[in-house]
Design a protein around this ligand. Structure first.
Ligand SMILES: C[S@@+](CC[C@H](N)C(=O)[O-])C[C@H]1O[C@@H](n2cnc3c(N)ncnc32)[C@H](O)[C@@H]1O
Length: 355
């Protein structure tokens, strides 16, 4: 299960997605836009060797924590994982970067009072982040243990963040969840060891083998993840970027995603399918997205077979809506199988293949 509320998370439909994709047949499962890592984790549970990727370090870190198995991270320094988490929860607070910039302490470099965290919780985040870094530098913990603890800290921070879902803005008054004490909670690590790798790269830079099955779940609207999750990115990166404006946004433009612009989303997606060179690609598509489904199907049919599978509607209740009224989003999987398509075949395909 995903423990992070995340735009576009497939936590609720991950089983349906993997049911369609099926069992491993020689290649790896490549999750190019892994986000919270829930899809890769389910694939690993079903026997796939997973190669996951996301261009955000926060997502790549949480994805790692989803894929790593218990036996890979023994936390010997403390005598176990639960002990590690308990020890970190006792670390002394430090008034560091998160305290200065994201709590109303009057210490922000730009003079902005930001209310993402209470001063007490911000200092706890800084203290625990510094301790995790110190232990890694001293080689007291492994790289894998380091990443799991960073993911735990990020999720703990997210539980008490004074936000309405994303870090696009903070709330003007501290809500009750934000006033609770920041507490790390151990996650349920995977039991069965499976080979996997996680990278933090641009989708277009990934190396994929022809026999791999590729899963693409790119952003589907204009919300840029690098900007909407900037505070989590800074907590995990542990850097001190030049932040500015009301929300203390870190420089993020280098990670601006072409999939977030209506103008470039479709061409980027069809180009990516070509660049990756995999023969079998599954694309998550939501009826809410800014690409038109038939445009996507037509674009992909230029170079391959396209099958669209309807995964059904997912109810989405909105607060403040008239009771009982429900918006729904339909989720699809668009399967693209690369091959040279003859003219005759294409005219048949243009009739559309739907299940
Ligand atoms: C819809 S979310 C994926 C959600 C994921 N399937 C889940 O269930 O949690 C899209 C992800 O794509 C990532 N992303 C956007 N542009 C990217 C790019 N050019 N290369 C790699 N990752 C990118 C974002 O950081 C975000 O985590």
């Amino acid at each position: 299960m995903g423990r992070l509320r995340y735009i576009g998370s497939k936590a609720r439909i991950v089983h349906a997605i993997l049911d369609v994709i099926g069992a491993p047949a020689g290649g790896r499962f490549v999750d190019v836009f892994s986000g919270t890592g829930v899809v890769g984790r389910e694939a690993a549970d079903r026997g796939w060797i997973v190669k996951a990727n996301d261009h955000l370090v926060s997502s790549a870190t949480i994805t790692f924590a989803q894929l790593v198995s218990k036996g890979d991270v023994l936390f010997r320094y403390w005598g176990g994982y639960e002990e590690a988490v308990s020890a970190l929860n006792e670390v002394s607070p430090v008034e560091g970067f998160i305290f200065d910039e994201y709590a109303p302490t009057g210490r922000s470099r730009s003079g902005q009072e930001r209310k993402y965290f209470t001063p007490k919780n911000a200092a706890r985040i800084d203290g625990i982040r510094a301790e995790i870094e110190r232990l890694r530098r001293a080689d007291s913990i492994s790289e894998g243990e380091y990443r799991v603890l960073l993911a735990d800290l990020m999720e703990a921070a997210n539980r008490i963040a004074n936000i309405a879902g994303t870090y696009g803005c903070f709330l003007s008054q501290f809500v009750s969840a934000a006033q609770k004490n920041l507490t790390l909670e151990p996650r349920i690590l995977r039991h069965v060891k499976r080979d996997f790798s996680v990278t933090c790269a641009d989708a277009f830079a990934l190396a994929v083998r022809p026999e791999d099955v590729v899963y693409l779940d790119p952003p589907y609207n204009k919300r840029q993840y690098a900007a909407y999750y900037h505070v989590l990115e800074t907590i995990v990166a542990g850097d001190k970027p030049e932040v500015g404006g009301v929300t203390g946004l870190r420089p993020w433009r280098a990670k601006s995603s072409p999939f977030c612009f209506r103008k470039t989303a479709l061409s980027s997606l069809t180009r990516l399918c070509g660049v990756l060179g995999a023969k079998d690609v599954f694309i998550s598509y939501s009826s809410e997205g800014h690409i038109n489904l038939s445009d996507l199907e037509t674009g992909l049919r230029e170079t391959g077979l396209v099958t669209t599978i309807d995964l059904g509607s997912i109810g989405r209740y909105r607060p403040n809506h008239v009771a009982g009224l429900k918006d729904s989003v339909t989720e699809y999987l668009v399967r693209y199988q690369h091959q040279e398509v003859t003219k005759a075949k294409r005219s048949l395909l243009d009739l559309g293949v739907r299940r």
